[in-house]
Design a protein around this ligand. Sequence first.
Ligand code: DQA
Length: 159
Amino acid sequence: MKIMVIQGPNLNMLGLREQNIYGPMKLEDIHEQMEGFAKQANIEIEFFQSNLEGEIVDKIQECLGVCDGIILNAAAYTHTSIAIADAIRAVQIPTVEVHISNIHAREEYRHKSLIAPHCAGQITGFGPFSYHLAMVAMSQILTEIQAMKQAENQAGEQN
Ligand code: DQA
């Protein structure tokens, strides 16, 4: 089982950027923790960060047939990007939406996520720990997919 972690614009600035909102942790440190979780859960994991909307769309499309799940913090594009929302709809790969800050407790323009309706769920507001919670959610989703596939295979063998 393989998952892709996609990080949107300005998340490469974590650790420097608005520490009062996002805290002092760097993106590399968050990824290191996720890698540790993935190892223990026997999940293959890859990371991608881009400040460009089109590159994020490309990466989501590349996941088709390659990844079983996506963890996505589309950052500011969460609130604006029909293209990213459409890409998630198109690939139909289970996606967990993540935010470090609680987008619902911030400016009104951050309350709406165009991506949320196409995701398995949204985790928002737990600081960098949001990514850990996303890993827990994703490993549960992958377990369910595996169980479903096994049941399908068994049913196929009986027919
Ligand atoms: C964010 C929330 C977004 O509103 C913001 O534009 C970000 C980060 C978060 O993780 O809290 O860049 O996605």
